[in-house]
Design a protein around this ligand. Structure first.
Ligand code: GLN
Length: 377
């Protein structure tokens, strides 16, 4: 039997959790958040929105189905650490290519198992998301770990979109992808979408491609002029990590693009940035929304959808100017989940409509974007 290495999770408030290391050696710091999804650990780890966050999963057995290349949501693991109850001894699935533990090690992710994730989640619910440190080794200095946790400070004020974004613009090869899916040459792309990559998840690009869009992806700091040079039919604003408020480059670009009356669709961080560009404000939530079964109501149709969520900031309803309408609301806490401008073809959603947490309830938001681009042509 292989030697198990000890690991410690220290919270900034001094709480300590002793467990075993299941990833890389060393230490990592970030904001500790809990996610209640029962599946999708690989999508969570590779979602760039989790950069600088240490994710604890409330589902106790994580790693049962291993990992594979196909399920990655981006080019690498972006979560800064993983905290779980129990790593199964065997990973079993026909698609599995690697065990979770080997994957974490290969991606240099520090991770801890065998801790009481229920107790941890209760602390985060009561006190709110807080800084933490995971550190591995047999002789751990707990006081040092608490100091390291504190050194993270707060997620508020951190501009991380420009850290995780792509270095250069690229095109998503829609044609090849569609032909591989059985679409014919004739049914190939209609609309050209310019997507700002604040930490985009691949399934968003896939879902736009599936609807016939040709995609040009631009780095987070690209200007409105750069976007317009591509003569887009529509603009997409992606999800991403950190606080939306310091992303002034993005807010500026979106403001200019709003003036051009182009269809604009934003998801998660993109939603928050649209809210800011429209003149609203955002704020940090206590522990945010991270899970795969959050009920959200479409206020126009009254329909309740089961959605996937991952955010720690929100658009403040009271701050919204008269030309911004709230279109969706969380049925957990009443917070804003969607907005639309009344005088521009621009709208956004706080949850993740590209994730399919079982149901595909929110996929219609992608069809709405296609409709807006068609109306403008
Ligand atoms: N998934 C996201 O885009 C998250 C947006 C933002 N970083 C938040 O935490 O609220």
């Amino acid at each position: 039997m292989s030697h198990t290495k000890s690991a410690l999770l220290a919270l900034a408030d001094g709480t300590l959790f002793h467990g075993v290391s299941i990833g890389s050696d060393g230490h990592t710091i970030g904001e500790v958040v809990f996610n209640t999804a029962m599946t999708g650990y690989q999508e969570i780890l590779t979602d760039p929105s989790y950069y600088k966050q240490l994710v604890t999963l409330t589902y106790p057995h994580i790693g049962n189905v291993g990992v594979n290349q196909e399920d990655a949501e981006s080019r690498r693991v972006f979560a800064s650490g993983l905290i779980i109850r129990n790593l199964p001894l065997v990973a079993s699935n026909w698609r599995s290519e690697q065990s979770l533990s080997d994957y974490l090690k290969a991606n240099h992710v520090v991770a801890i198992a065998d801790i009481d994730t229920r107790k941890l989640t209760r602390i985060l619910r009561e006190k709110g998301a807080q800084p933490g440190c995971i550190i591995t080794g047999d002789q751990i200095d707990a006081a040092k770990a608490v100091e390291l946790a504190k050194s993270f400070g707060s997620m508020a004020g951190q501009d991380l979109a420009k850290v995780v974004t792509c270095e250069q613009s690229y095109t998503w090869n829609t044609r090849e992808w569609r032909l591989g899916k059985g679409y014919t040459e004739q049914s190939t792309p209609g609309f050209h979408v310019v997507a700002f990559d604040y930490g985009v998840k691949h399934n968003i690009l896939r879902m736009l491609a599936e609807r016939g869009c040709k995609l040009t992806v631009l780095p987070a700091t690209a200007t409105a002029e750069e976007a317009l040079r591509h003569q887009p039919d529509g603009i997409f604003l992606s999800n991403g990590p950190g606080d939306p408020e310091p992303c002034d480059y993005a807010i500026q670009a979106i403001r200019t693009l709003l003036d051009k009356n182009l269809p604009i669709f934003g998801i998660c961080l993109g939603h928050q940035l649209l809210g800011l560009a429209a003149g609203g404000k955002t704020s940090k939530m206590k522990f945010g929304h991270h899970g795969a079964n959050h009920p959200v109501q479409d206020l126009d149709t009254k329909q309740v959808m089961i959605t996937s969520q991952n955010h720690g900031f929100q658009v403040d309803e009271a701050s919204l100017p008269a030309n911004v309408r709230v279109t969706h609301r969380s049925l957990f806490d009443g917070t804003v989940q969607g907005i639309a401008l009344t005088d521009k073809p621009a709208y956004s959603f706080q949850g993740h409509p590209e994730a399919s947490p079982g149901p595909h309830d929110v996929a219609y938001l992608f069809d709405k974007f296609i409709k807006l681009m068609a109306e403008r042509k």
